[in-house]
Design a protein around this ligand. Sequence first.
Ligand SMILES: Cc1cc2nc3c(=O)[nH]c(=O)nc-3n(C[C@H](O)[C@H](O)[C@H](O)COP(=O)(O)OP(=O)(O)OC[C@H]3O[C@@H](n4cnc5c(N)ncnc54)[C@H](O)[C@@H]3O)c2cc1C
Length: 567
Amino acid sequence: MKPFDIVIVGGGGAGLYAAMEAMKTNPSLNIAVLSKVYPNRSHTSAAQGGANAALANKAKDDTVELHIFDTIKGSDYLADQDAVDILCSEAPKIIRELDNIGTPWSRLDDNTIAQRPFGGAGRPRCCYCADKTGHTILQTLYEQCLKKGVFFFNEYFVLNLSVNDSRMKGLVAMNIKTGKIEAFPARTVVFATGGYAKMYWNRSSNAAGNTGDGQAIAYRAGIPLKDMEFVQFHPTGLRKSGLLVTEGARGEGGYLVNMDGERFMSRYAPEKMELGPRDLVARSIETEILQGRGFDSPAGKYVHLDLTHLGADLIKSRLPQIREMSMYFEGVDPIEEPIPVRPTAHYSMGGIDTDNDGRTVMDGVYAAGECACVSVHGANRLGGNSLLDILVFGRIAGRTAAEEARKFEPAPITADEISQTEAMLRSYMRPSGHFERYGTLREELGQTLGMNVGIFREASKIRKGVQDLKDLQERFTHVRVFDTGDVYNTNLLQVLELKNMLDLAETVAEGALAREESRGSHTRTDFPQRDDGKWHKHTLATLEGGSVKLGEKPVTMGRYELQERTY
Ligand SMILES: Cc1cc2nc3c(=O)[nH]c(=O)nc-3n(C[C@H](O)[C@H](O)[C@H](O)COP(=O)(O)OP(=O)(O)OC[C@H]3O[C@@H](n4cnc5c(N)ncnc54)[C@H](O)[C@@H]3O)c2cc1C
């Protein structure tokens, strides 16, 4: 195949914005997007609640500066303040740009873009399209990319970066439809592969494909991962499935209620109540349950999210998808009855370490979106800031790659590399001998993470998690792919995704063990305080000699000094 100037891995919001911006920056470039799912099915399409921007449509006194402060405080002061400046200053422009190219934002009576309150935010600044915001953004971006002439390789699974003597030459990927291994030589590669919260398999709001492939590929190629221990648990997952009930439901006025009929958030966040930041609300729900004030059922313990007082009209117009999902997955109509909810693994704050322009340490390799860590979310992301992150930094990474692509000369990917990859894949189809099943290993991975590296963490449990992961890695060497066919071999894909999750889970657990403090989403019951003296820094995980090596990186400070975080 002829070399591309830019190959973007991922057709979610970050990847598509990067592609659109790269085309705009230099229309003569040859740009491809590779995606393991059809782009419109990327996890971005599941985003319900909205994207933050200080447009001051709803609260006239909102400002970019207030948005910056909320984000830094929300991050428990671990976000890099220069990156947060970029995120929040670009927000109003990017929301209007999306409006101009066709995103159907919900409107206020004066026809300006509607905004709703969201957790941890001082003003109602979350812009939304009912409760289908991600879906509409993704449709808009996909149309624009097609119009501008981006090449799409849909249903291609990227396996690895091709690197020779620290020089990146492109990618090796599998055509899922045919099983053929193909080389994609490229001057530059942008990873936009989304998050890794699906590793908490048994209780996660994420799409099945959120297995952290890009992070794992980068990590194995020697690129450091930052702050991997920070995994966000969203307060309100549906009791049975862990599927998400958007924070917008509380933004519209929903209450959290325990078994005694009490709005218990008054104990934990007397001012913000249900609109406290996610880490705090998730911990509060878990504490209620652990202290015996939750409801019990064969499908697990839970609390109530009560929307009944909002009335049928509001629920039908602003939260239609939530109503549908509650009826379908819990048999509960939120107009009539409260929804049973419990926290669910939701978002990865950690990811591929990049600078503010999307560059990684490897020449020609960039990253943006949930797979990257710039870092704007620090130890805890605010709701509505991730859609914003993928748009703002997707655009920046696309622009940087477009400006720099021609600096790098293309180099061929050899036939040897392809045959080595083919041999590696065939080795999973071992015909006989002792073997392990993918499903069993995946289930155990989810269980050990949930039990030992979940919302509440402590040294002895995390150590157990680390040991379990080592055992799972060993057992993985015996995994067998039963489907030996070429066409849509989903069994093989799942095994490859499992390997990615296992490698990343080790970085999460090792980071969690090392960080002896509680900050944002990372709560150590044995170190309940934030320890700025020792731990006001990012962790960097690299792969050395087959295991995780932890380094560190300073946090970029700015106008805001460290403060105690109360709500
Ligand atoms: C249920 C839910 C609701 C959410 N709601 C909100 C919200 O209201 N507001 C908000 O700000 N945030 C929200 N978030 C978070 C936000 O939606 C995500 O962080 C964001 O959409 C991620 O976008 P992305 O482009 O980085 O990745 P994704 O949209 O996840 O896209 C990843 C892409 O990478 C591709 N890919 C991955 N691995 C490979 C591979 N090996 N080979 C080829 N392609 C690959 C996939 O095919 C896909 O196209 C929500 C998240 C969830 C799960």
